[in-house]
Design a protein around this ligand. Structure first.
Ligand code: GDP
Ligand code: MN
Length: 380
């Protein structure tokens, strides 16, 4: 789960990382009031879950509340890389002497947290990594040993930060960002830029904070930060109903049980010459309610022309899924052509139930490949 800049900064503050004072606004009037309360020069910042806001015109300095309201008016509704701005962060403006970059990410290859620090901040870190790799200090933290203060010193010297006053502040920021990273079960904590003011104060001017979805059950306060309106309607419905749903770009909707089976179903659709429109994973479930929820979500996608149900019943039973499909069709207005392939527990009973129901939009196939071919034909 990605957090907005202002949410990431709230976590930074909780872990003792210095940030500027700010207020949230969703209208020009709120932006004006926020600027008045903060006083002096403020920066009006688009809150969207994508980077490069500065370049896209989503970040503007304002010298007065009136100007803040004008910028807010211009930025609200702006489309930044496909994300429409609905929230603004009004922050006390900072004077900037230098812009650094600092992050902790999870390096899956090494199975360790990775620190990256460079004096060349403010720009894309990929650019620095590609063009001036020697300017980027990198260091892994062993999860069993945990963070050690010598690692912060090594990182600071590696990045060539030689001012003792900056070193001292950055030492503590490194330690605290690592605490935030571990404490919030984060996958990425990035500060770009980490600024030095003309007075020599170091602080986080931006925040990119990603929390591991699988750990959200431990952090109800962070889970509540999710902005459901930022997701397309089907994804929102899927989240509310606790169904795993992924939107893709083709025309066959896919419903399976278990991630492995769903992944191979995507491959078989491709083999049959089609393209998946989306997929839902029923997991170990398959009761009538689960099937209804999943079918509703899949069929709400206007790109879906046919639906492939691929079930390998181990924990669940095919006869239960078959009844679930019939019940879902009775309770909803779904008229799509549905191809069903059952295997495993009570597969024969399941097929019989569907055959007996005699629905003309249900097609039963006995192998995955035949089912995929049929679904692709029906989507054509
Ligand atoms: P991003 O473009 O989405 O990464 O947004 P950032 O929050 O990193 O801001 C982009 C740039 O705007 C920064 O690198 C700064 O140069 C500038 N900026 C942001 N806040 C301030 C501020 O308070 N004062 C000044 N002078 N510039 C700022
Ligand atoms: Mn930034």
């Amino acid at each position: 789960m990605d957090l907005y800049e202002y949410q990431g900064k709230e976590l930074f503050k909780r872990f003792g990382i210095p940030v500027s004072e700010g207020r949230l606004a969703s209208t020009a009037e709120e932006a004006r009031a926020a600027a008045e309360e903060i006083g002096g020069q403020v920066v009006v910042k688009a809150q969207v879950l994508t980077g490069g806001r500065g370049k896209a015109g989503g970040i503007k300095l304002a010298s007065s509340p009136d100007e803040a309201a004008q910028h807010a008016q211009a930025i609200l509704g702006l489309d930044i890389n496909g994300h429409v701005v609905r929230r603004l962060w009004i922050e006390k403006a900072s004077d900037i002497a230098r812009e650094y970059y600092f992050s902790v990410t999870f390096d899956r290859g090494e199975k360790k947290a990775l620190f990256m620090l460079t004096k060349e901040g403010g720009i894309d870190i990929e650019e620095v990594a590609a063009n001036r790799p020697e300017a980027l200090a990198r260091l892994h933290v062993d999860p069993l040993e945990g963070f050690q203060p010598y690692q912060a010193r090594r990182l600071i010297y590696g990045a060539g930060i030689d001012d003792p006053n900056e070193q001292k502040q950055i030492m503590s920021i490194i330690q605290r960002l690592y605490e935030a990273f571990v404490g919030a079960d984060s996958m990425l904590c990035e500060i770009n830029p980490l600024i030095v003011t003309p007075e020599g104060e170091v602080k986080a001017l931006d925040s990119k904070f990603t929390v591991d979805d699988n750990a959200l059950y431990k952090h109800s306060d962070i889970a509540e930060m999710r902005d459901l309106e930022a997701y397309p309607p089907e994804e929102r419905a899927a989240r509310e109903k606790d169904v795993t749903y992924v939107k893709l770009d083709g025309e066959v909707g896919i419903l399976g049980n278990g991630a492995g089976l769903v992944m191979s179903t995507l491959d078989v659709i491709a083999l049959a010459g089609g393209r998946p429109a989306n997929f839902c994973d029923l997991g170990g479930g398959g009761d009538a309610q689960g099937v209804t929820d999943a079918l509703e979500i899949i069929s709400a996608d206007p790109q879906v022309r046919s639906i492939l149900f691929n079930i390998f019943a181990g924990i669940t039973r095919c006869d239960v899924v078959a009844r679930g499909i019939l019940q879902a069709l009775d309770e909803t207005k779904i008229k799509h052509q549905i191809v069903v392939r059952f295997d495993g527990t009570n597969a024969e009973e399941g097929r019989q139930i569907l055959a007996d129901a005699g629905r003309d939009n249900i097609h039963v196939e006995s192998t995955m490949l035949d089912a995929a071919k049929r679904a692709v034909e029906l989507a054509a």
